[in-house]
Design a binder for this molecule. Structure first.
Ligand SMILES: Nc1ncnc2c1ncn2[C@@H]1O[C@H](COP(=O)(O)OP(=O)(O)OP(=O)(O)O)[C@@H](O)[C@H]1O
Ligand SMILES: [Mg+2]
Length: 226
């Protein structure tokens, strides 16, 4: 069994179109230790989101491997991949990707229900997480009735509600103003430390990146220590 919750080896991704090919990632190796917070920085278009998608099994590499909890995502069935993703990973996106027609509580319940948690138990766990992010009084609000910062906190609660071993976060505070970004990020880190969750986080914000255990720079398809 691997010591790493998430790992990639010689991971490459090339996009082709009718006229050209773009080599976005070129033999990337990364090992994520339990409880570790890793920040990935790099210019716009350098491949940060692409890398996160591959690590989360949301897209297929051109070559190389991703191991989640020691299992190679390329050699398991689609069903098993979904199960592993649901069991071990949480996702936070820049534009939260919450379901607008559902309430905060329903959105946070979703990953638990997908993992076949009984609905009453799911509601209790989701309520607890929403309480931890300061939204106890907003459980029944639809996403459209929440502020930007509140939505992002719902997204964080949703990512953590299954107590995943690792969270993949793409600009988790990218759509918030500085003050709100600070508050939401502090909360995220507090929960991450309490729950001992590993995090791989993409950010443009060096102030935020500087709080990570490791900062890695994605440049010309390669991942380097900063
Ligand atoms: N599905 C796709 N087909 C073709 N090219 C793509 C596709 N997705 C991304 N790309 C290209 O791959 C490169 C990396 O994109 P990616 O979204 O990973 O960048 P990023 O580092 O996350 O940028 P940003 O900081 O702006 O979010 C870009 O040049 C983009 O145009
Ligand atoms: Mg991106």
């Amino acid at each position: 069994m691997s010591d790493y919750i998430l790992e990639c080896v010689a991971l490459s991704k090339t996009y082709h179109d009718a006229y050209s090919k773009i080599e976005v990632l070129n033999h990337i190796d990364l090992q994520v230790k339990p409880g570790e917070l890793i920040a990935i920085v790099g210019h716009s278009g350098s491949g940060k989101s692409t890398l996160l998608h591959l690590l989360g099994g949301l897209d297929k590499p051109s070559s190389g491997q991703v191991m989640l909890s020691g299992k190679n995502l390329s050699s398991v069935t689609e069903k098993e991949k979904c199960r592993l993703r649901n069991q071990y990973l949480g996702f936070v996106y820049q534009f939260h990707h919450l379901l607008p027609e559902f309430t905060a509580l329903e959105n946070v319940c979703m990953p638990l229900l997908i993992g076949h948690c009984p609905p009453k138990m799911a509601a209790l766990k989701a309520e607890h997480l929403l309480d931890l992010v300061g939204l106890k009084k907003r459980l029944q609000h639809k996403i459209g009735e929440l502020s930007g910062g509140e939505r992002q906190r719902v997204a964080i609660a949703r990512a953590l509600v299954t107590y995943p071993a690792c969270v993949l976060a793409d600009e988790p505070t990218g759509n918030l103003d500085t003050k709100n970004a600070d508050t939401v990020f502090k909360l995220f880190i507090e929960l991450q430390k309490t729950l001992q969750t590993s995090v791989v986080m993409v950010t443009h914000d060096m102030q935020i990146a500087s709080q990570a255990d490791r900062i890695l720079v994605l440049r010309e398809g390669r991942l380097e220590a900063s």
